[in-house]
Design a protein around this ligand. Structure first.
Ligand code: GRF
Length: 228
């Protein structure tokens, strides 16, 4: 089967992009990364992509002065110019318009550092700590019009430990992001995802579907010191 031509959109360091590039380096992986696009010329992810020999493009959002549709059309010119079929958002810090989401519907995927639908938006790790949740994690989802909304493809949970800081928790979650994003993109690229009533169904062997459960190599849960 032909590999699906995929663009990765980044605004920052690009560690998820790097995980996708690494997976896609295997010719048997069903997606081929043909473009890394950023809205920031200084995004660390661009340098990493160039070092890996992947074509890159920069479409700065600033010159468009808040005209999101015009910005997106400029991005789409790059996407179409590279024959892109699937788009993977990986730390892309611009909210997309309904028009863009509709045009790329079912072919646009995002990773978010929380167990959606909890903690949409930014500062998810600080908010998880402030809420005192015992489990936190990450989600790969198809993008629909709302911010951090859309049918869930994969999730991984990690424990929140008593002495966690925002950065220790973020690092534990990020390790799982790098695991589930390549898996979920592969499912989409291989045509194994169908959406029914807003729910994504993944035709996957049980062993792969188990990615959606708390992970076997997650650190042991802390002893419950509460009374009673
Ligand atoms: C990740 O935590 C991702 O979930 C969120 O933005 C961060 C991007 O990190 N959407 P990186 O650029 O992939 O390292």
């Amino acid at each position: 089967m032909a590999r699906r031509r995929t663009a990765v959109l980044v605004s920052g360091r690009g560690s998820n992009m790097a995980a996708l590039l690494e997976a896609a380096a295997d010719p048997a992986y069903p997606a081929e990364i043909v473009l890394v696009l950023s809205n920031r010329a200084d995004a660390g992810g661009l340098a990493r992509a160039r070092a890996a020999g992947i074509p890159t493009a920069v479409v700065e959002s600033r010159p468009f002065r808040g005209d999101r549709a015009a910005f997106e059309h400029a991005m789409e010119a790059e996407l179409l110019g590279h024959g892109v079929e699937l788009v993977a958002l990986a730390g892309f810090m611009r909210v997309l318009t309904e028009g863009f989401v509709a045009r790329w519907g079912g072919r646009l995927v995002n990773i978010h550092p929380s167990l959606l639908p909890s903690f949409r938006g930014v500062d998810t790790h600080a908010r998880a700590l402030a809420a005192g949740v015992r489990l936190h994690g990450c989600t790969v989802h198809l993008v629909s019009a709302g911010v951090d909304e859309g049918p869930i493809l994969a999730q991984a949970a990690v424990p929140v430990l008593p002495d966690d800081t925002e950065s220790t928790l973020a690092a534990r979650v990020l390790a799982q992001e790098h695991r589930i994003y390549p898996a979920a993109l592969a499912w989409l690229a291989a045509g194994r995802v169908r959406v029914e009533g807003g729910i994504a169904r993944v035709a996957a062997p049980v062993a792969e579907g188990a990615l959606a459960s708390p992970l076997p190599d997650a650190p042991a849960l802390p002893t419950n010191r509460a009374e009673g």
